[in-house]
Design a protein. Structure first.
Length: 101
């Protein structure tokens, strides 16, 4: 029964902490400057996340291009390059053509 008592106390403390947190959030929501700062921060975080995602996609595309060109330099047929990289044949041919210019 002692274990159940500890659980009840822990739940009561968590409930108290949760209520305190909710009360603090409500007080912060009442201040227009705090709301403006929170919105500004949220926008900044979303912009940063988008920049990171864009950089990751660009890195993947560059890596894909490098792999395709290396396979082409090793005289692999474009059909095989497309099959091994799982890149459509037309895109493989486009990448190779653009590198030859």
């Amino acid at each position: 029964m002692n274990g159940g008592n500890k659980t009840k106390k822990a739940l009561a403390m968590d409930s108290l902490r949760l209520q305190e947190a909710l009360d603090k959030i409500e007080r912060l929501r009442q201040n227009p400057e705090t709301v403006r700062m929170a919105i500004s921060r949220e926008i900044h975080l979303m912009d940063e996340l988008q920049r990171l995602e864009d950089a990751e996609l660009k890195g993947r595309a560059e890596s894909e291009k490098e792999i395709i060109l290396n396979m082409h330099a090793a005289n692999l047929p474009t059909e095989s390059i497309a099959q091994f990289t799982q890149v459509p044949l037309e895109k493989v041919q486009e990448i190779i053509k653009s590198a030859e210019r």
